[in-house]
Design a protein around this ligand. Structure first.
Ligand code: PHE
Length: 344
């Protein structure tokens, strides 16, 4: 009997050790040796034939054998499980050294970048940002700006008319009148109005039938020409750099009096000229038109010129961007060639 038990133990040990990966196989062995119809149970059954004094001793040996086999199975079981986990981890390993696929993200257009900067500068000075329609009435585009139907300055801006009274706005100045009319009782105004404008121009390095302007309008008590010059000087220094200078030339606009055209010192050659391609050697670049708001313009939109005064200015956004970045062809802004756009 004892011999049989030893044999069984040795057989179980051998069989369990041989199991390499299969948990199912291990379970089959458990059933084979320890199960109800298993080999060890069969041995136990044979105990009835033993003498009364042998029974307890053999019983103990059988129980020890059972415990040993159970242990072997449990050990093998955790060994197999650990191995299975190792294999799974190894199989699912991600190679993090593989370079990823590059995602090309877009970015803001140079005109948008420039406009954002202009807005930022004026918003910091307390200006609001106003909007007006691109399809405009003759009244707002011309008449409310002191350009009656017969005015010769109307010829200077060849317009796209839709009907006799409706056109694509040729300037952002109509937003001056619209903004004044939104206010009552000579309320102070500090605004800029950016947007598209349209003119019957050629499409070349310096002209486009569509471009962008930024209008400015300030109205309050005791606003002077000095305030205008100070504001524009500050704006140009913020936009083009601390060392930037401005220069004023007398000019004419029907809606401002006096009127001026403003030049900035060339930010590329710093006003030195000397072969500079951007300013064509002059050291200066024209940037905007401005002036004190004409009393008639104030009056027509409900403001009292004996109580308040104001200044207005209008500049081309493309012009600012060309000066800032040293770009010599207007068309580059609209062609959307990524080789150009990527540079900003
Ligand atoms: N609207 C003018 C233009 O298009 C610019 C301007 C605006 C001049 C405001 C004076 C005041 O040329």
């Amino acid at each position: 009997m004892e011999h049989k038990i030893e044999e069984l133990k040795a057989a179980a040990n051998d069989a369990i050790k041989k199991v390499a990966t299969d948990l199912k196989e291990l379970d089959n062995l458990r059933v084979r040796f320890l199960g109800k119809k298993g080999e060890l149970t069969a041995l136990l059954r044979g105990m009835s034939q033993l003498s009364a004094e042998d029974r307890p001793r053999i019983g103990k040996i059988v129980n020890e054998a059972r415990a040993q086999i159970e242990n072997l199975i449990a050990e093998k079981n955790s060994e197999l499980k650990a191995k299975a986990l190792q294999d799974k981890l190894a199989a699912e390993t991600i190679d993090i050294t593989l370079p990823g696929r590059k995602i090309h993200s877009g970015h803001l257009h140079p005109l948008t970048l420039t406009l954002n900067r202009v807005k930022e500068i004026f918003i910091n000075m307390g200006y609001s940002v106003e909007d007006g329609p691109e399809v405009e009435t003759d009244y707002y585009n011309f008449e409310a700006l002191n350009l009656p139907k017969s005015h010769p300055a109307r010829d200077a801006q060849d317009s796209f008319y839709i009907t006799e009274e409706i056109l694509l706005r040729t300037q952002t100045s109509p937003v001056q009148a619209r903004t004044m009319q939104k206010h009552k009782d000579n309320a102070p105004i500090r605004m800029i109005a950016p947007g598209r404008v349209y003119r019957r121009d050629d499409f070349d390095a310096a002209h486009s039938p569509m471009f962008h302007q930024i209008e400015g309008l300030v109205i309050d008590e005791k606003i002077t020409f000095g305030d205008l010059v100070g504001t524009l000087d500050f704006f140009c220094k913020e936009m083009f750099g601390e060392s930037t200078k401005i220069r004023l030339r007398p000019s004419y606009f029907p809606f401002t009096e006096p009127s001026t055209e403003v030049d900035v010192s060339c930010p590329i050659c710093h006003g030195h000229g000397g072969g500079c391609k951007v300013c064509h050697d002059s050291g200066w670049l024209e940037i905007l038109g401005a002036g004190e708001v004409h009393p008639r313009v104030l009056e027509m939109s409900g403001y009292n010129p004996s109580k308040v005064s104001g200044y207005a200015f209008g500049c081309g956004l493309e012009r600012i961007a060309m000066i800032k970045y040293g770009i010599d062809d207007l068309r580059l802004f609209y062609e959307n060639d990524v080789r150009f756009l990527n540079q900003f």
